[in-house]
Design a protein around this ligand. Sequence first.
Ligand code: ADP
Length: 475
Amino acid sequence: LGKLGSLGKSRAKFISAEETTGVTFDDFAGQEYIKRELQEIVRILKNEEEFQNKGIYCPKGVLLHGPPGTGKTLLAKAIAGEAGVPFFAATGTDFVEMFVGVAAARVKDLFSTARSFAPSIIFIDEIDAIGSKRGGPDVGGGGAERELGLLQILTEMDGFKVSTSQVLVIGATNRLDILDPALVRKGRFDKIIRVGLPSKDGRLAILQVHARNKFFRSENEKNILLQEIAELAIDFTGAELQNILNEAGILTARKDLDYIGREELLEALKRQKGTFETGQEDSVEIPEELMLRLAYREAAVAVLACYYPHPHRPFTETDIHSVRSQPNMRYTAKSGTIFLRKSDYVNSIVRACSPRVIEEEMFGIDNMCWISAKATSKASQRAEFLILRTGMTAFGKAYYRNHIDIVPNLTIKLEALREEYMRFAVEKCSSVLREYHSAVETITDVLLEKKEIKAEEIWEIYKKSPRTPQPPVRP
Ligand code: ADP
C-alpha cells in the first residue's frame, strides 16, 4: 500500500484505503453521459493548478444515486483511478454502529486522513445510513448519534478551503428521497447524478466488458449471444449481468466444455432471474458441509424464534436455498402498536446469538465459518442499544448523555454491562438449544431433505419434540 500503509490501525478498521484503485472508465459501460460528466471532474482533479489559475474548482461533493448493483462504487473508483489519486472508502452504516459520539469522531478521522493525502477521494457508500433527514422516524435506532455524524460531515465539507486541499467526496445512495436536505445544498453534494438501470444497448455494453476475460468460440458468436442475452435481461443491473457471465463460465467448466455457449448463458440468465427449479443440480452449488451448517443455523434460529417469539413480527418460513451471513428466516411486516418491554429487548439479544452458538456447539470453536459471523456483532449491537438508548438499565441513556465527563470510568462501566448482557444471552441461548436439541435436529433434517420449512411445521416440531431439562441460567 505504499504511503497509505502508514494509516493507523483504528482507522484502517473502517476506512478502506487504496493508493490507486486501478479502475478506469473503461470498466463502466452503458450510460455514457455519466462518464462524460465525471471526466470533467477528473480533469480538474488531475490538473489542479491549471484549473485553479482559471478559477475553476472541483465540486466538493458528487452524489450518485440509483438501485444497488448499478455501478456507483465502480464509478467512484474509476474517478480515483483515472485521476490517479488515493481512494478512501467507508460505509454509512460503519459510522453509526458504535457508541454515541463515535460516529462524529470517525467522520473527522476519515476527512483528516483524506486531507493529508489530498488530492484524494472520499467515498461514502450508503450515505443515507448517516445522512437521512434529521427529526424523521428513527429507523433502526441510533438517531442522535447519526445526527452528530451528519453534522460532522456538513462541517467538514463546509470547512474545506477549495484552493488548498482538494478532497472530492462521493456519496452513494439508493434512497435520495430520505437524505437530509442540508447534504444536497450548494457547496456540499451539489452534483447529483442518477445511475439508473441500463438500457438494452447499455446491457450489451456491460456484457461486453465482463466477457473480456471469458472464452467464446468466436468473436462473432460472442456478439450474437450477448446481443440475445441483452435483449432478454430486461431490468437487470450491471452486477446481475456480470453474474450471468460468471455463472455461465462456471456451468461451462462444470460440463468440461472449452467455450461458453448459448445453453450455458440461457441457464445462467434463468438462475439470475431466480426462476430456476431447485432440484438436484443446485445442491452442487452449495458444498455439502456448508449446507449442513446452514441447515443447523436456520434450525437454531427457528427454535429460538419459537422459544422467544418476536412480539410484533411472527416468522413465516425459512430455507437453505442461499448462503448469506445472516439467517434466511423470514418474518411478516411489523404489525400492531409497538410495545416492547425490557424483556423483549433482552430476548432479542438471546435470539441474535443463535447462529453463533449453534455453530460452536456443532462444529467447534476452532472450526467456525463465516455464516455465523454477523450474529455476534448483531447481538452486541442490540445490547448496546438496550443500554444506551432505552434508559432501561443502570448507566443508561441519561447517564451517558449528561455525565460522560463526570462519572469516572463510565465507558468501562458501560462495556462491563454490555459484557454482562452478552454473557447471559450466550448462556441462555445455549441452554435453550440444548433443551430443544431434538427439535433442532428434526428441523435440520427437514431442511436438508426439502430445503425449506414453513412456520406451521416448525411450531409443530417445536411443540412435539422431547425436551432435555437444563439448569436455570441466572441473568
Ligand atoms: P453499486 O455501488 O451501485 O451497488 P457496484 O459498483 O458495487 O454497484 O457494482 C457491482 C459490480 O457490478 C461492479 O463491480 C461491476 O463489476 C458490475 N457493474 C455494475 N454496473 C456496471 C456497469 N455499468 N458497467 C460494468 N460493470 C458494472
